[in-house]
Ligand binder design. Structure first.
Ligand SMILES: [Fe+2]
Ligand SMILES: [Fe+2]
Length: 280
């Protein structure tokens, strides 16, 4: 069994179309034969305005998938829930914990889910919310990883992420999850920030699905702080996977994207942006 799928980036950190908003955040719209899925909500509303411009009706969503609890992916949950009274929501446990970014030399920043989003989720029926501790198939061809095992010693969460504001306890972002589609062309993988690490995530999806062929990967790869060893390791694995298309978005980072194009080729690597679509 396989599905056909169209993924549209609803909002991204980049926009190459002046009619489409950009913001520090990520959201994608997924259409298959019989499903409409919203993946993340972005931060400040580009998701809503771009959906209107792209003629995407968020009321049609049967499912909202939340990749992890950072503010730039969960900021528009209240606005989505105000529009849509039926979508089931899939996230991992501990999505809504308090969390910080603590860069040395700058004040700590609270980067967890905004309070309004927490409130909106607690105001709806708990029957609509499905918290995952293990992988879950939404349909026979659409899967959610749930929490991803962290096997690679070269991959970390990709930033100075802590559960407190004084660098005391690391935030491992265990709620980070990705999703995949089993298509005629192979796996199409959709990432939020991929704080679990790209190699960890892709290898886990291959293992769960039993499918080795990678058609494409789209989403935030969070390589912005990756050192040389991690970049090389990531590119070596990309070469091994032989994908048809790689679409780094959001938090991948401009320099890592440029390096990826150099390593993998501009015929395969396309820089994602608001409005980008991929079909398989
Ligand atoms: Fe992000
Ligand atoms: Fe994130």
């Amino acid at each position: 069994m396989s599905t056909s799928v169209k993924i549209t980036v609803l909002v991204d950190t980049e926009s190459f179309d002046e009619n489409l908003a950009k913001e520090h955040g990520f959201s994608a719209w997924i259409e298959t034969e019989d499903r409409h899925i919203l993946f993340d909500t972005g931060q400040i509303g580009g998701m809503l305005s771009n959906a209107q411009r792209l003629n995407i009706d968020l009321k049609q969503a049967d499912t909202l998938v939340l990749s992890h609890g950072h503010f730039d992916h969960t900021g528009q949950i209240p606005q989505f829930l105000a529009l849509n009274d039926h979508a089931r929501i899939y996230c991992c446990y501990n999505l809504d914990i308090t969390r910080y970014s603590c860069k040395i030399g700058t004040a700590p920043r609270s980067i967890g889910m905004p309070e309004a989003s927490r409130q909106a989720l607690s105001d709806i029926s708990s029957n609509r919310i499905c918290e995952l501790g293990t992988p879950r198939y939404l349909t026979p061809e659409i899967g959610l990883t749930g929490p991803v095992p962290r096997n690679s010693p070269l991959e970390d969460t990709g930033g100075p992420f802590f559960l407190d504001d004084h660098r005391g306890v690391d935030d491992l972002i265990e709620d980070d999850q990705s999703m995949w589609f089993e298509t005629d062309k192979g796996l199409l993988i959709l990432l939020g920030c991929c704080h679990a690490g790209l190699v960890n995530t892709v290898e886990y999806i291959k293992q769960i699905s039993g499918i080795d062929r990678i058609h494409g990967i789209i989403g935030g790869m969070h390589l912005v702080n990756a050192d040389e060893a991690r970049l090389q390791y990531t590119f070596d694995n990309m070469k091994r996977w032989k994908p048809d298309i790689l679409i780094p978005c959001h938090c991948t980072g401009a320099t890592p994207v440029a390096r990826m194009i150099e390593a993998i080729g501009s015929d395969i690597v396309k820089w994602g942006c608001s409005g980008y679509t991929v079909k398989a």
